[in-house]
Design a protein around this ligand. Structure first.
Ligand code: SF4
Ligand code: SF4
Length: 65
């Protein structure tokens, strides 16, 4: 279980990166990615998935795998 970032929708704002409780979001050269092996979909966390809640780029930006 994991979510992914749709690159065509991502504005590289960076808002999702600090809210991830599992540190699954990384940035390299302005490209943000989610590690599907460590993303838990914020299971057990309030306001989850937190990255989706933080992302203002629209519903198609961060989506469930
Ligand atoms: S769903 Fe939660 S654990 Fe997965 S990348 Fe987003 S903030 Fe991190
Ligand atoms: S919050 Fe959304 S638009 Fe901003 S870097 Fe993360 S995925 Fe991209």
């Amino acid at each position: 279980m994991a979510v992914k970032i749709t690159q065509a929708e991502c504005t590289s704002c960076g808002d999702c990166l600090p809210v991830c409780p599992t540190k699954s979001i990384t940035e390299k050269g302005g490209i943000f990615k989610i590690n599907k092996d460590t993303c838990t979909e914020c299971e057990g966390e309030a306001d989850s998935p937190k990255c989706m809640a933080a992302c203002s780029a629209g519903d198609a930006c961060i989506v469930y795998l």
